[in-house]
Design a protein around this ligand. Structure first.
Ligand SMILES: Cc1cc2nc3c(=O)[nH]c(=O)nc-3n(C[C@H](O)[C@H](O)[C@H](O)COP(=O)(O)OP(=O)(O)OC[C@H]3O[C@@H](n4cnc5c(N)ncnc54)[C@H](O)[C@@H]3O)c2cc1C
Ligand code: FES
Length: 320
């Protein structure tokens, strides 16, 4: 019978300080076939060997740290809060790349109350995040941030799908499209693209956040920013005209519906434009373990979206 050969998935933690993880110990590493108990290496060498990391660590799992952080709290709107976190200096360096996020919780609440939040900006003031107060966890977090310390767990790196496309773009055009609290992911993405010598344009809409809070930071970096009232009515037609200039990469930050519309525009504009997206799955552990973010490849392989980088056509939700 003909066997479908699946492309190995990329793990955002492979070779980092946080490899090996519990998936290696459980024989579920989605990068290393040897750790999954197979006889042959089929990892398509990505510059690091998870198997050797596991042998060298002698079975010790590298876990993330939790720290208590002082926090500065500023209301940006009725449901929107900016938090500036006084994180340890070593963390600041690790959180400067696109896709970086933390789990934050009030110090008196259990880990189940932790909220994944994207690093909006790293500045001299500290690490900035913007919180949209949506339901129980974010409400408790915003209340606690106004009066006491928070507990931060991290750093985590997989808040963006398509990190390789953002790193590959060099001396090209790049487009950012962001709505609502999706704007939080744009600044670190823009920094990455600007480091690669790309010209970056951004189209922002306030969505339910109510303000284009990323506009000032993006303009300060040298990004050409267009602010619109609605992405659907004004933003996507504008992006459509930008796509005629064949940018190397588009970053879509917002709900999955936005990603699908941007993907459809890219498909219409022709081949060669890559798409990177913000992540919208429910993240609870960030370690590939709890199963809250897990999806499956079309071939049935388990994909923890908190750790895996994949091509969107490889996983089932994109087929719907
Ligand atoms: C990588 C990542 C980065 C994020 N960054 C930010 C950010 O910078 N600012 C921000 O305001 N929000 C961010 N979110 C979303 C935020 O984590 C959720 O809105 C929050 O957890 C909702 O919890 P709740 O109890 O307040 O609301 P609920 O009423 O429980 O849920 C409201 C919405 O949030 C979703 N949600 C609930 N729990 C989670 C969870 N653990 N992970 C993801 N989605 C969840 C629900 O599916 C629902 O759509 C991010 C999510 C992810 C996965
Ligand atoms: S968040 Fe727990 S498996 Fe991804």
């Amino acid at each position: 019978m003909e066997q479908v050969v699946e492309r190995p998935l990329v793990c955002v933690d492979a070779g980092s300080e946080y490899c090996p993880c519990y998936l290696a110990a459980s024989g579920e590493c989605f990068v290393c076939s040897l750790l999954r108990g197979q006889k042959f290496c089929a990892c398509s060498w990505s510059g690091t060997c998870s198997y050797l990391h596991y042998l060298w660590s002698q079975g010790k799992i590298k876990t993330r740290r939790e720290v208590e952080v002082k926090v500065m709290h500023e209301e940006l709107g009725p449901h929107l809060v900016r938090l500036v976190l006084d994180l340890p200096p070593a963390w600041i360096q690790e959180l400067g790349n696109p896709g970086a996020f933390l789990f934050l919780r009030p110090e008196n609440l259990p880990p189940t109350a932790a909220v994944p939040v994207t690093l909006f900006e790293i500045s001299e003031a500290g690490a900035e995040v913007v919180l949209y107060v949506d339901g129980p966890k974010t409400r408790l977090l915003a209340l606690a941030a106004a009066t006491s310390c928070l507990v931060a767990k991290g750093p985590y790196y997989n808040g963006v799908q398509g990190l390789a496309a953002l790193k590959r773009a060099r001396g090209e055009e790049a487009v950012l499209v962001a709505g609502g609290v999706g704007q939080s992911a744009t600044v670190l993405v823009a920094r990455q693209l600007l480091r690669g010598g790309n010209r970056v344009r951004a189209c922002l809409a306030p969505g339910r956040a109510g303000v284009n809070y990323a506009a000032g930071s993006l303009k300060a970096l040298g990004v050409e920013v267009r602010e619109v009232k609605s992405l659907r009515a004004e933003g996507l037609p504008l992006v459509c005209t930008w796509l005629q200039e064949k940018p190397a990469v588009v970053f879509s930050a917002g709900p999955d519906a936005l990603h699908r519309e941007v993907a459809a525009l890219i498909a219409k504009a022709g081949a060669g434009i890559e798409l990177a997206t913000s992540q919208n799955a429910v993240f609870c552990c960030g370690e590939g373990l709890c199963g809250s973010c897990v999806t499956f490849t079309t071939g049935g392989r388990r994909v923890p979206r908190c750790k895996a980088q994949f091509l969107r056509e490889e996983v089932t939700p994109w087929l719907k």
